[in-house]
Design a binder for this molecule. Structure first.
Ligand SMILES: Nc1ncnc2c1ncn2[C@@H]1O[C@H](COP(=O)(O)OP(=O)(O)OP(=O)(O)O)[C@@H](O)[C@H]1O
Ligand SMILES: [Mg+2]
Length: 312
């Protein structure tokens, strides 16, 4: 039985694509068969990330009878080659001296970035939309039966548009990704109450993932300057808090002392499972979606490892 995990957020730019890709790659590296889907129908990005063009797009699967093997591309070999070819990649050796391979499989499904194809799904008549939804529900079953998927990782569009919400329908686990800004927190609270609650009632599990939490990149000096001010900002306090935290479960309670990232969690019974710091070096990487494979010892990779440990 496969497990389907979707990354969604109220606002854009919270790190859904980065987290989804790295989580999928890490699961494949651990030996699982993983299908990674670009269901950011409105602003697809996987074709740029993976520099691939499939024979058929997810759009074709939803609107016609495209075969799953034309839609999903096996990128496992290119991940292994990526690591060998790039001179920026540390040499990854196991204790016995052998190279660590991605031993599972990573299949990727791409959304069509062409404007007319996006519009086709967006402004389709009711019957076409119903048909697309039926195909969409079959999608998960077919990925499991034909490709033997252990995990299906879904990247979605932000917000509450038609396909943003429908993309969540096939997921067992919804990861609600947000940053610690008021807009993100308030927006997520509204979406949680109006939308996620519905999926939770249907049996999905939902968790909050705070991403790009201040603290890692802010220099210590900034903390001491701020310490002299009576109205301390979050980032000033997050640094010392993050500094000695040994487990993610310690963090929510301590950050609660600063502002209230836990209030959505409390009101909805949605647990916070991750506080991922903002790593500027990740942000400016050319291929941040490959971080877990390129930088195995980067703290970002440890964060994704922990996230996956909690979910798998
Ligand atoms: N923990 C992190 N530390 C630093 N940078 C990060 C982190 N997570 C994501 N980013 C960066 O934030 C930017 C936005 O990330 P990403 O594209 O994954 O967000 P998104 O939620 O998918 O956006 P959209 O809603 O537009 O699809 C990227 O430049 C990415 O490298
Ligand atoms: Mg994205």
């Amino acid at each position: 039985m496969s497990k389907c995990i979707a990354f969604h957020s109220y606002k854009g730019g919270t790190g859904k694509t980065t987290l989804a890709c790295n989580s999928a790659i890490l699961l494949a590296k651990r030996g699982y068969s993983v299908c990674l889907l670009d269901l950011d129908i409105y602003a697809p990005s996987f074709h740029l990330y993976f520099s691939k063009e499939p024979r058929k797009w997810i759009n074709d699967f939803l609107t016609s009878s495209a075969d799953i093997r034309d839609v999903m591309i096996d990128v496992t070999d290119s991940l292994n080659n990526q690591r060998r070819q790039s001179d920026t990649i540390e040499s990854i050796k196991r204790d016995d001296g052998n190279e660590v391979e991605v031993t599972g499989k990573l299949w990727v499904g791409f959304s069509n970035p062409q404007k007319k194809e996006i519009f086709k799904l967006e402004i389709a008549d009711a019957e076409t939309k119903r048909q697309a939804i039926r195909r969409f529900v079959q999608f998960r079953e077919i990925l499991t039966s034909e490709l033997g998927a252990d995990y299906i990782i879904v990247d979605t569009s932000p917000g509450i548009r038609f396909w943003s919400i429908n993309s969540l329908a096939i997921a067992d686990i919804l990861l609600l990704t947000l940053k610690m800004s008021d807009l993100d927190i308030d927006g997520t609270r509204i979406v949680a109450e109006e939308i996620y609650r519905f999926f939770i009632e249907l049996g999905s599990k939902a968790f909050l993932v705070y991403n790009m939490v201040q603290g890692y990149c802010v220099p210590r000096e900034a903390v001491s300057v701020k310490e002299g001010l009576s109205n301390l900002s979050t980032y000033a306090i997050a640094q010392p808090l993050l500094g000695d935290v040994t487990s993610v479960t310690q963090l929510p309670q301590r950050l609660n002392e600063i502002e209230d990232p836990g209030s959505i969690s409390t009101n909805l019974g949605v647990e916070i499972i991750s506080f991922i710091p903002c790593y500027c070096d990740i942000q400016f990487l050319k291929k941040e979606f490959l971080t877990v494979i390129k930088y195995r010892h980067h703290p970002f990779t440890s964060q994704i490892e922990k996230l996956i440990d909690t979910l798998s």
